[in-house]
Design a protein around this ligand. Structure first.
Ligand code: ZN
Length: 296
């Protein structure tokens, strides 16, 4: 089962988040039918969002948007503190040949652009406050480096970020997906930071490590070496949109009456496809008549 863990080390001066998101990505690409390079970019953004969202408070929501000029056109991911994540890419079929080192050309499919992070507090209970916006230009397009740059530049938190996706030709197409984020908070010992940097340099390939059966705790150990840590929170991760037939009906109910009447006349119903999860809801003639009746 996919999980994200948040922990601390060195009396809280080091924060660490790690996740395995293999099944989550399989669900995401099964729904959006993304091509391999698009899937790799999508998986990295979804996982980075899950890691950032692990520090959210109840009822908050975190959105990461990559607006870019490469073939993928844009990536959006949204996560809540309960581990539910959803998202989409603009052009699911965006694909490029593998790079010479055998890796996905994620920066090629992303191109140049901007990474946006939006934090909304109290979202789920209607306690609406002005959202927090942060943004940085994409410095590499490989996503992990871009998350690290965002944290350093926009939140003043120097960080190491690893995000990886390993695909296979057969269903469910994802062999391994996961990530690690180590954040250096004010007051951290410079020697400890150096030690972590050296440990990460020598670390094995993240996705190979997950593929070989590593747990989320093992990923943290891979990043921290022999520095001991304390787990503060552990959450199950799931691609879960939260849309429903009821929401589709509310959406149609909010339309202009004339529009609903024309749906009824021309199509004898309505098809609503959710952009976040690609689920299609079919509203029949009777449902539309019911909506019209309630509008009167
Ligand atoms: Zn949906």
């Amino acid at each position: 089962m996919d999980r994200v863990i948040r922990g601390i080390a060195e009396e809280g001066t080091i924060r660490v988040m790690a996740a395995i998101t293999t099944e989550m990505l399989a669900e995401a690409i099964g729904r959006h039918r993304t091509a391999p390079t698009a899937s790799a970019a999508f998986g990295r953004v979804l996982t980075g969002t899950v890691l950032l969202a692990s520090t959210l408070k109840d009822f908050d929501r975190l959105t990461v948007k990559v607006e870019c000029d490469g073939p993928i056109g844009g990536i959006t991911a949204e996560a809540k503190p309960d581990g539910k994540v959803r998202g989409y890419v603009k052009n699911p079929l965006a694909d490029l040949p593998l790079k010479n080192n055998g890796k996905f050309d994620v920066s090629g499919v992303v191109g140049k652009g901007t990474l946006y992070v939006i934090r909304e507090e109290g979202f789920d209970v209607g306690l609406y406050r002005e959202p927090y916006y942060g943004s940085v230009p994409l410095i590499s397009g490989e996503i992990a480096e871009d998350f690290a740059y965002y944290l350093a530049k926009s939140e003043q938190i120097p960080s190491a970020v690893l995000l990886g996706v390993l695909l296979q030709r057969e269903e469910p197409y994802v062999r391994a997906c996961g990530g690690l984020m180590i954040q250096v908070m004010p007051g951290a010992d410079e020697k400890v930071v150096q030690k972590i940097e050296e440990t990460i340099k020598k670390a094995p390939q993240l996705t190979t490590f997950i593929d070989q059966g590593a747990s989320v705790e093992d990923i943290i150990k891979m990043g921290l070496g022999d520095i001991s840590f304390q787990i503060l929170q552990e959450t199950t991760v799931k691609f879960d949109c939260g849309c429903s037939m009821q929401r589709a009906i509310s959406m149609v109910s909010a339309l202009d009456k004339k529009e609903i009447e024309s749906m009824l006349r021309e199509d004898k119903g309505a098809k609503i496809t959710c952009g976040f999860c690609n689920e299609t809801y079919e509203l029949g003639e009777e449902t539309l008549l019911e909506i019209l009746k309630n509008l009167d």
